[in-house]
Write a protein that binds this ligand. Structure first.
Ligand code: AMP
Length: 360
């Protein structure tokens, strides 16, 4: 195995949120240590062997970080390209630059997906109000104007409905380089979380069905309400995307499930080059968790089994819902995870819980 790590070695992770925390916990279970690098303190700092608090353009701090680890991974897709390139000159960065560049820009991402034969919403580049007018004339209403970069949880986007003034929509979002997306009349939102190893092996968890509230994931159900053939096609798409990106690690593909005339089809919304909230159930509900799978993949180890232990119901604890922890501790069958955040601000992910019901 090229560049494989051994138990006792240190992995580096950019980002100190709950995803980094759960990666570090999975790494610890496999005898690895984690060095977290982030400009701000966060829940991952509490569970790692080392941390560095420094800016993503602090070259001295980045060089010391790279020297201390066998490889670098990350918990978020907006790692600055310069940071990734600086680190990659010193140690393996997994997933690599192609995954970051593709997933950081909605136009590049959709062009890549269409190029490997995967359907997305129809889209057009919007750099000016004139572009927006032309795009709306082509894609119709409703349609969605989104910034090409740095959007998440519905931020940096505006729905253009009948009567919506285009100049106003452009001022809200379009002054940053943007795309207009045609509206996809989906029945459900689903995701596929898969992992590709250093040897090119691929393994996906079963398709997840995701419910959002105010653009934030509220609940994940597995198995998703999806035909067996469509589920296989969705998992196969994730494998093709991973292979085309030369990917190493866990990757998430967010998808729309469209139902027309009794048939189902998949339209890909976006790629997250990382572990994902819709995969948190795998800690309690699968043979190998998404976090362990990510660690195995980036370390050059064999992938684990993604097999499910039963039917899955995962709920996020958002904002004040975090105060429910005492009740949840007393609820039979609930596996509770708290991220150790002190302040339950609105919209903040405080924890999650999972219930696994054996299938008959
Ligand atoms: P995004 O930030 O691209 O993940 O979008 C946030 C949410 O907006 C998605 O989870 C969907 O619920 C909705 N959405 C985004 N794009 C579209 C689209 N083209 N058609 C319909 N709904 C969309």
């Amino acid at each position: 195995m090229t560049h494989a790590l051994k138990p006792g070695d240190m992995i580096g992770v950019l980002g100190s949120g709950q995803l980094g925390r759960m990666i570090a916990m999975a790494a610890a279970r496999l005898g690895l240590r984690t060095h977290i690098y982030c400009p701000d303190p966060g829940p991952a700092f509490d569970v790692c062997a080392r941390h560095t608090m420094a800016a993503y353009d602090d070259e001295a701090a980045l060089a010391a970080f790279a020297d201390s680890v066998g490889l670098v991974s990350y918990e978020f897709e907006n790692v600055p390209a310069g940071t990734a390139a600086f680190l990659a000159a010193r140690c393996p960065v997994r997933p690599g630059a192609k995954a970051l560049a593709t997933s950081q820009d909605r136009f590049v991402e959709k062009t890549f997906l269409n190029g490997i034969g995967i359907a997305t919403a129809p889209f057009a580049v919007v750099d000016s109000l004139a572009d927006l007018k032309t795009a709306v004339a082509r894609l119709g209403r409703p349609s969605i104007l989104k910034t090409r970069r740095l959007g998440y949880d519905g931020k940096g986007q505006v729905m253009i409905r009948n009567g919506h003034d285009l100049a106003q929509a452009f001022d809200t979002v379009g002054t940053a380089p943007s795309i207009l997306e045609g509206f996809v009349p989906f029945a459900r939102e689903v995701s596929v979380i898969g992992a590709r190893g250093l040897d090119g092996a691929f393994a996906a968890f079963d398709v997840c069905e995701n419910e959002h509230e105010e653009h934030i994931l509220a609940r994940t159900l597995v198995p998703a309400r999806i035909d067996a053939d469509t589920a296989r096609a969705a998992m196969d798409m994730a494998g093709r995307i991973a292979a085309a990106l030369d990917y190493v690690g866990v990757l998430t593909v967010e998808m729309f499930l469209v139902e027309e005339g009794g048939a189902q089809r998949i339209v890909v919304n976006e790629i997250a080059p990382r572990v994902h909230n819709s995969g948190h159930w795998t800690i309690d509900g699968a043979v190998t968790s998404q976090f362990e799978q990510h660690v195995r993949a980036i370390c050059g180890w064999p992938l684990g089994s993604p097999r499910r232990h039963g039917r899955i119901d995962m709920h996020n604890l958002i904002g004040a819902q975090g105060h429910d922890w005492e009740t949840l501790l007393q609820t039979p069958g609930v596996c509770l995870h708290l991220y150790g955040k002190h302040e339950a601000r609105a919209g903040r992910k405080m924890g999650h819980w999972t219930r696994v019901t054996p299938e008959g």
